[in-house]
Design a protein around this ligand. Structure first.
Ligand code: FMN
Length: 338
């Protein structure tokens, strides 16, 4: 076998992934007022064509209007989105690939230029992430009240139920790349002193774990639940690699089935690093701490490297984003005749 580790199936509960190659979520800006467009269906048909990938994550969808990140982003904020999303699922399932919806709230990375609404975050602090600089930002956010946070938990849970109704195999909570849940995790943007305090890991992870538990309650045991985690900011006084073992355990205890490792306030690139798998040290730290599967993404371009990370035990699944975007036949090249 060309890539014996990449070609191995993986069971996530009762869901069998035929191999370890994953298309990570990538925003396409192809939705039409939040609704799935024909263009978007064509895009995911070409990405899943031939059924070579083990798993596809759909690009981030906003859970409520003030959490929209960009003008043509997908929405999962109300029930009118469900029928379009189920068309997407049908296209991908027809090609024999499992599919997970990613749900998100932009928090202080949102912009009134896009939403026409006020911008909120954990604390009134400017967001240092690249996502906050788009659309005229960063904007100084208003601090979320405890009541508003309770509402957000329900918004995420409602969105997860919509994903289930649309036929997805699971849902991923987005807590990376400087968006709202990542703003709670990063001490750079969380200066709260209440139960969501930025001064310890329990406080910084409380919103994610509350959402995960509420989602689990609403979707049941068999629907996959993944967390995309901005596990390190690579910025002074930001979230650090040393915190990973404890935080990973806290997330695993909240009942997730998969932990997808990426960057925090540095987004999906790592400052001054261009080697393939630039977040491998983060994935390894998480993998040593918990027994749930770990997905590593970031800069990986070829089958040899992907296979090596799996062989070395740095991750259980490998995400390849931009290299597949540039060449949608790459999964076939790597995995045909496996
Ligand atoms: C155009 C583009 C859009 C992206 N959109 C999302 C997204 O919606 N959600 C997310 O978690 N990550 C998103 N990402 C990050 C990717 O999932 C991935 O982590 C990143 O591209 C690094 O992997 P790569 O080097 O293999 O491309 C996006 C990346 C790109 C390039």
């Amino acid at each position: 076998m060309a890539f014996p580790f990449l070609q191995q199936p993986l069971f996530l509960k009762s869901c069998e992934l035929k191999n370890r190659l994953v298309l990570p979520p990538m925003a396409t800006e192809k939705a039409s007022q939040g609704i799935v467009s024909q263009e978007l269906c064509h895009y995911y048909e070409s990405m899943s064509h031939g059924g070579y990938l083990g798993l596809i994550f759909i690009e981030h969808s906003y859970v409520s209007p003030e959490g929209q990140a960009s003008p043509h982003q997908l929405s999962i904020a109300d029930d009118t989105t469900i029928s379009g999303l189920s068309r997407l699922v049908e296209v991908i399932h027809a090609n024999g690939v499992k599919v997970i919806a990613q749900i998100n709230h932009a928090g202080s990375a949102a912009s009134p230029n896009v939403t026409g609404l006020d911008v909120f975050g954990p604390s009134a602090v400017l967001n240092p992430a690249p996502a906050a600089k788009r659309h005229g930002g960063p904007v100084l956010p208003k601090t979320l009240s405890l009541e508003a946070i309770d509402q957000l938990v329900q918004n995420f849970a409602d969105a997860a139920v919509r994903a289930q109704k649309a036929g997805f195999d699971g849902v991923e909570i987005h807590s990376a790349h400087g968006y709202l849940l990542n703003q709670f995790y990063s001490p750079l943007t969380n200066q709260r002193t209440d139960t969501y305090t930025g001064s310890n890991l329990e406080g910084r992870t409380r919103l994610q774990t509350t959402i995960c538990r509420e989602v689990r309650k609403r979707v049941g045991h068999n629907f996959l639940l993944s967390l995309r985690w901005g596990a390190c900011d690579y910025l002074e006084a930001g979230a650090s690699i040393e915190e990973i073992p404890k935080a990973a355990q806290i997330f695993a205890d909240a009942g997730i089935d998969l932990l997808s490792i990426s960057g925090g306030m540095c987004a999906y690139n790592r400052p001054d690093h261009t080697e393939q798998g630039w977040f491998a040290e983060l994935a390894l730290a998480a993998r040593k701490a918990v027994s749930i599967p770990i997905l590593l993404t970031g800069g990986i371009k070829d089958g040899q490297t992907a296979d090596r990370f799996l062989a070395e035990g740095k991750a259980d699944l490998i995400g390849i984003g931009r290299a597949i975007l540039h060449d949608p036949t790459l999964p076939k090249k790597l995995l045909a005749d496996a």
